[in-house]
Design a protein around this ligand. Structure first.
Ligand SMILES: N[C@@H](CCC(=O)N[C@@H](CS)C(=O)NCC(=O)O)C(=O)O
Length: 233
């Protein structure tokens, strides 16, 4: 059994995509990050960065005590290694999947995250920042579009954690001021993943957990006012 500490955001969706595809038994523990639940001491013990997602594997492969994992990329890799699924088993395929996993973790995720912040949440418009992050998001979409242009269906051969880590960050493409018509290979890939039954189940689950997915003023104070003092408390 996997305990999943989750909220209905792109990084959360990555893990429900995996769990729904793999059929691993899991139970969801909602962590409402707009209400500060990411600072609960029990959650911080498994997720010291006060961010979702995190998991606790109640039956790790070594037969030892329950094992916790934070950081979505580390969780995907852990689950792929645990099941032997959604990661190529050969050296070169695994290497390719891991490069794109890290590309998303270090590039697409953080840059699109700043895009969301400055296009939707900043208290006043900062044209330089909006321009910077909208352009960088477009560049990253272009990189992935080019990678997919050789006719492959998925990023690293078969459907894998490389796709699961990227897809949820392309879902809000309109909010990121991107037009998928500019990225035809990316759009075909996106629609392919969108059509997977497990993708439908993962996003349907989100709707049962968070029925009003807006970032209100109270949530903005919690999410955007953090500093070193926040983690020392
Ligand atoms: N690098 C982290 C980022 C996780 C992250 O930013 N999670 C957001 C939701 S998508 C969160 O929990 N935010 C809570 C907060 O900012 O306090 C990962 O990929 O797991």
């Amino acid at each position: 059994m996997i305990d999943l500490y989750y909220w209905t955001t792109p990084n959360g969706h990555k893990i429900t995509l995996f769990l729904e595809e793999s059929g691993l038994p899991y139970r969801v523990h909602p962590v409402n990050i707009g209400r500060g639940e990411q600072f609960a001491p029990d959650f911080l013990r498994i997720a010291p960065n006060n961010r979702i997602p995190a998991i606790v594997d109640q039956a790790p492969a070594d037969g030892g005590a329950p094992l916790s994992v934070f950081e979505s990329g580390a969780i995907l890799l852990y689950l792929a290694d645990k099941t032997g699924r959604f990661i190529p088993q050969d050296l070169r395929g695994r290497n390719e999947a891991l490069q794109w996993l890290f590309w998303q973790m270090g590039g697409l995720g953080p840059m699109a995250g700043q895009n969301h912040h400055f296009t939707q949440y900043a208290p006043e418009p900062v044209p330089y920042a909006i321009d910077r992050y909208v352009k960088e998001t477009a560049r990253l979409y272009g990189v992935l579009d080019k990678h997919l242009a050789d006719g492959r269906d998925y990023i690293a051969g078969d459907y894998s954690i490389a796709d699961m880590t990227c897809y949820p960050w392309i879902v809000p493409h309109e909010r990121q001021r991107q037009d998928l018509a500019d990225f035809p290979h990316l759009r075909a890939w996106f629609e392919r993943i969108q059509a997977r039954p497990a993708t439908g189940r993962a996003y349907a689950l989100a709707q049962t957990i968070n029925t009003a997915p807006t970032v209100d003023e109270a949530a903005k104070k919690i999410l955007f006012g953090q500093d070193a003092g926040t983690v020392r408390r």
